[in-house]
Design a protein around this ligand. Structure first.
Ligand SMILES: NC(=O)c1ccc[n+]([C@@H]2O[C@H](COP(=O)([O-])OP(=O)(O)OC[C@H]3O[C@@H](n4cnc5c(N)ncnc54)[C@H](OP(=O)(O)O)[C@@H]3O)[C@@H](O)[C@H]2O)c1
Length: 246
């Protein structure tokens, strides 16, 4: 089987979940530059997504809570009504909660798992169903170094991202027959809203453990994702873009 549609066809459609965020916004801009029409997803920050939509050629804002299956289903239906197809999902929606396990409430734990893991499940479930109506596509989930190494004070986040790898690698196996690739990208520690809300200690540790002694760069992650989006031969892979070796 072969995907006959060129990646940069003007009709090629990407959904960036978390486009209102620091990393998602950069990814949306890069995908627009390489020719995708981009569905810009946000939750509580539609103003950021609307501003972004004003700067790219073919973009539309969609609002959804990724932790809600009903909300994600409605968003995917909205994308289908908008363009009739979906070729790429980049899932950059996520939350963290910095606290020791004994100080993490069950509600805090659930919120992180429901957003980072169940959210990814919802996007794969409803997004893949629309991709199957076309000629396949790709799903790229954003995970973290923490998923592989753990981190004191980030147990809920690390657990959600570790499970995201299992979900993504299983989805790669299930969906390959439908020409849907599923890959995982691990950015380094970035000074986005999430990074800036981290403790000073967490930031210092991230830089000191980085062999290049610096923060991750959302633009370089976005460039990598735009290149991965073009590649029809890669699936079931985890790409570490963090200067901290796994
Ligand atoms: N920053 C880092 O150092 C770092 C490192 C490794 C991996 N990551 C991962 O990279 C991804 C992007 O993070 P970022 O750094 O860009 O953080 P960010 O600027 O805080 O953006 C987070 C995004 O997630 C969305 N979001 C949060 N909860 C949601 C929900 N329930 N439903 C729908 N959308 C929701 C936010 O939407 P609204 O603002 O519209 O509510 C926002 O667009 C996350 O998966 C994060 O775990 C980040």
């Amino acid at each position: 089987m072969y995907d006959l549609l060129p990646h940069n066809s003007l009709e090629t459609v990407a959904l960036v979940a978390g486009a209102s965020g620091g990393l998602g916004g950069e990814i949306a801009k890069e995908l627009s530059k390489v020719g995708f029409h981009v569905a810009l997803h946000c939750q509580n920050n539609p103003a950021a997504a609307e501003t972004l939509a004003g700067t790219i050629e073919h973009g539309r804002v969609f609002i959804a809570d990724v932790s809600s299956a009903e909300s994600v289903k409605r968003m995917i239906e909205g994308v289908e009504q908008w363009k009739g197809r979906l070729d790429l999902i980049v899932n950059s929606a996520g939350v963290t909660h910095e606290a020791l396990i004994v100080k993490t409430t069950v509600a805090d734990f659930d919120n992180v798992i429901n957003t980072n893991l169940k959210g990814a499940f919802n996007l794969i479930k409803f997004g893949a169903a629309l991709m199957k109506k076309g000629s396949g596509g790709q799903i790229i989930n954003i995970s973290s170094y923490t998923a592989f190494k753990g981190s004191s004070g980030l147990a809920a986040y690390a657990a959600s991202k570790a499970a995201l790898s299992g979900l993504s690698l299983s989805a790669a196996r299930e969906l390959a027959g439908d020409c849907i690739r599923v890959n995982v990208v691990l950015p380094g520690f970035m000074l986005t809203r999430m990074g800036l809300e981290s403790s000073v200690q967490a930031r210092k540790t991230a830089v000191s453990e980085n062999l290049l002694c610096r923060y991750g760069n959302p633009h370089s992650v976005a460039r990598f994702i735009a290149q991965l989006a073009e590649n029809k031969d890669i699936t079931g892979q985890v790409f570490n873009l963090d200067g901290r070796p796994l």
